[in-house]
Design a protein around this ligand. Structure first.
Ligand SMILES: *[C@@H]1O[C@H](CO)[C@@H](O)[C@H](O)[C@H]1NC(C)=O
Ligand SMILES: *[C@@H]1O[C@H](CO)[C@@H](O)[C@H](O)[C@H]1NC(C)=O
Ligand SMILES: *[C@@H]1O[C@H](CO)[C@@H](O)[C@H](O)[C@H]1NC(C)=O
Ligand SMILES: *[C@@H]1O[C@H](CO)[C@@H](O)[C@H](O)[C@H]1NC(C)=O
Ligand SMILES: *[C@@H]1O[C@H](CO)[C@@H](O)[C@H](O)[C@H]1NC(C)=O
Ligand SMILES: *[C@@H]1O[C@H](CO)[C@@H](O)[C@H](O)[C@H]1NC(C)=O
Ligand SMILES: *[C@@H]1O[C@H](CO)[C@@H](O)[C@H](O)[C@H]1NC(C)=O
Length: 583
């Protein structure tokens, strides 16, 4: 069962993409998230979770919304974006809790979703979510195509003129026109161009039905469209050439566009070059491109930057993709077992707690630094890579260890944590209620975003939030962006994991066992300790200071007592002496 029966009867209506279900899929009501399903395969709860995670991307849309818009509280916005600079840049997605459009993390999110739907596409098909997947991807990719008006121009950033987070309010009065920042031949951005090339190539593979293996994974999601796949491939090839051969040389994009580096500064471009070359090698069957990817891996010493997988850092994913490609195509001249070993060295450290990541007391995989803002993201990306790699593992023991570890992180995110919070908005009564989202909050006063209004105006269904702090504590405060902000790339790995669970799991998602009030019973007191709330850390430090003060007091009192005793003895002696003097 791949394409819903009804859809196959309506090919004449198929114009640009798969027709959307009618009536549409809508996120189920929150209370139903505290009940188990009637069971069966696919599991209805996993299916609706996948749909709800996709729905988040509808909530983030910019531009003229289609007649099929499912989000009743969203309006058309910034429909003339780019007109002042002669490029139609309307559409696409708002990146996170405010209204910027950020090409670099967008490219990563699209790449991640397409790669996931290539390997675990059956999950989307079984859940009847493939038409929404298609709709979501095209909303992003069609904008990325517009952001690439010619070979050597890519729009990398659009945001308010003054300060990036300055406007806080609804979608009808976003200040515009906004400055549009581009990379060009003279002022290039190797990472941004190669990152977009990787996204286009990964999505071309999906739309062309080019899965990675004939045995380990399911078929790609059923949205095949060869002409669209070719369009995507052309953009990928042009952007890859631009990344490799820009006349301005190779450099990070914030070197050319410092404004874009405020929120998403890239730490290097070797990983994006390798990823683009790899996805392109698979798309075109090119051993030369494959060899180039290996050369980048060596030249840019990527093995040394093997830490987390995220919008900036792609290296842990490279070993997995190298393995997949070598397993699928021995003719490229790579060595499957070498790449498998590289991936296993990395994953063995992750699952055996050998650093640099470690487990928080309540079970979250945590990386100092990378996990400090949005703690769930490194863990979810690791879980996603582990699940993808597990079928290629060299032993049954490793396969089981990788799969179990990935499941532990997914369970954590779905509520098996010390807070009893499933960190996805609107899926359970204990879900976060204050995601840092200007649109969903309904507020307009940036100085009082926690209290204006007290309750969020709209439920931002399906949004994966940042996550708990380093002590596993979650405060659900709107202004606490490290914990409560939402973003396109936060949802991406969870989509792939949910699709995988739809296709391979008959048990219920963890949150169905969490009853209303579970979070309130354990909700932490005090303040968070993170980049937005230094005062919580102050409290922590005061505690340390207080301990020190206490120790000093004890010591001083102790010394004083000793001193007093000595003084008393001396007095006694003296008085005795005095007395004695009288003796
Ligand atoms: C494939 O995609 C192209 C480009 O969006 C579109 O014009 C065409 O109608 C699609 N074909 C099918 C069969 O959906
Ligand atoms: C998908 O659609 C088919 C056909 O309409 C239906 O039988 C099935 O129950 C649906 N599955 C889910 C998970 O919604
Ligand atoms: C590419 O597009 C940009 C933005 O529209 C424009 O300024 C530039 O002249 C174009 N370059 C070429 C070579 O067409
Ligand atoms: C969309 O417009 C409606 C009606 O004017 C308004 O109530 C709503 O708050 C708007 N949505 C957002 C996200 O601003
Ligand atoms: C996968 O492909 C290889 C070579 O292309 C072939 O030898 C092998 O039998 C295939 N495996 C499966 C399970 O189809
Ligand atoms: C980069 O330029 C060189 C020299 O012109 C050319 O051989 C090569 O194919 C170009 N690379 C890409 C990816 O376009
Ligand atoms: C791959 O590398 C391993 C050593 O890591 C070696 O034993 C093996 O022969 C190589 N395989 C091929 C096909 O070159």
């Amino acid at each position: 069962m791949r394409v819903p029966y009804l859809l196959s009867l309506l090919p004449a209506l198929v114009v640009a993409q798969l027709p959307l279900p009618n009536p549409p899929f809508l996120p189920p009501d929150i209370a139903s998230g505290a009940q188990t399903s009637s069971g069966g395969f696919p599991n209805p709860k996993w299916s609706s979770l996948l749909g709800t995670l996709l729905y988040f991307y509808d909530e983030q849309r910019s531009g003229t919304l289609p007649s099929t818009n499912r989000v009743p509280w969203r309006n058309d916005s910034l429909i003339l974006e780019g007109r002042d600079v002669g490029i139609d840049l309307s559409g696409g997605f708002y990146d996170a809790g405010d209204f910027s459009k950020d090409t670099f993390p967008l490219s990563f999110a699209l790449m991640s979703i397409c790669w996931g739907a290539t390997d675990f596409g059956q999950g989307y098909d079984l859940a009847n979510q493939t038409a929404y997947l298609d709709d979501t991807l095209r909303w992003g990719l069609d904008w990325l195509i517009k952001a690439h008006p010619n070979d050597t121009t890519l729009v990398v950033f659009i945001a308010s003129a003054d300060e990036q987070n300055a406007y806080w309010g609804g979608d009808r009065s976003i200040p515009s026109p906004r400055p549009v920042y581009t990379i060009t031949n003279a002022n290039p951005g190797t990472d941004a161009a190669a990152g977009a090339a990787a996204a286009f190539a990964a999505c071309s593979n999906l739309y062309a039905g080019r899965g990675f293996s004939n045995s380990s994974y399911s078929a790609p999601a059923s949205l095949r469209n060869d002409s669209y796949a070719n369009t995507l491939l052309t953009h990928s090839q042009q952007l890859y050439s631009f990344a490799v051969n820009a006349t301005g040389g190779r450099k990070t994009y914030q070197t050319s566009v410092p404004q874009a580096g405020v929120a998403y500064a890239s730490s290097g471009y070797g990983d994006e070059l390798a990823m683009a070359a790899l996805f392109l090698s698979w798309a075109t069957g090119s051993a030369t491109l494959y060899q180039e990817a290996e050369a980048y891996y060596t030249r840019y010493k990527l093995a040394d930057s093997n830490r987390v997988f995220n919008w900036d850092s792609k290296t842990p994913g490279l070993a997995v993709l190298f393995s997949q490609i070598n397993q699928g195509s021995p003719s490229f001249g790579g060595n499957f077992s070498t790449w498998r070993d590289t991936a296993e060295d990395y994953f063995d450290d992750v699952v055996n707690n050998k650093g640099p990541g470690y487990l928080l007391q309540d079970g979250l995989l945590y990386y100092d630094g990378d996990s400090d803002d949005a703690s769930l993201n490194p863990a979810l990306n690791a879980a996603m890579l582990l699940r993808r790699f597990a079928p290629m593992a060299s032993s049954v023991d490793k396969r089981v260890a990788y799969t179990d570890f990935a499941k532990s992180q997914v369970d954590y995110v779905l509520g098996k944590n010390s807070m009893n919070v499933p960190y996805i908005v609107g899926v359970n009564p204990n879900s976060p209620k204050n995601p840092h989202s200007a649109m969903a909050s309904g507020g307009i006063d940036i100085g009082n975003i926690d209290t204006d209004p007290v309750e969020e105006a709209y439920v931002l269904y399906g949004a994966v939030v940042g996550g708990p702090d380093k002590r596993g504590r979650f405060f659900d405060i709107r202004s606490d962006w490290p914990q409560t902000e939402v973003a396109l790339d936060y949802n991406a790995p969870m989509l792939t994991l949910a699709a995988m669970h739809v296709a391979a799991d008959t048990s219920e998602p963890y949150y169905t066992s969490l009853q209303a009030g579970a979070y309130d019973q354990v909700k932490p007191k005090g303040r968070p300790c993170d980049s937005a709330y230094q005062d919580g850390c102050e409290a922590g430090r005061l505690n340390k200071k207080a301990t020190l003060a206490m120790a000093i007091v004890v010591t001083v009192v102790g010394l004083a007592l000793i001193g007093l005793s000595a003084w008393y003895l001396i007095l006694l002696y003296r008085s005795r002496s005095a007395d004695g003097g009288k003796f």
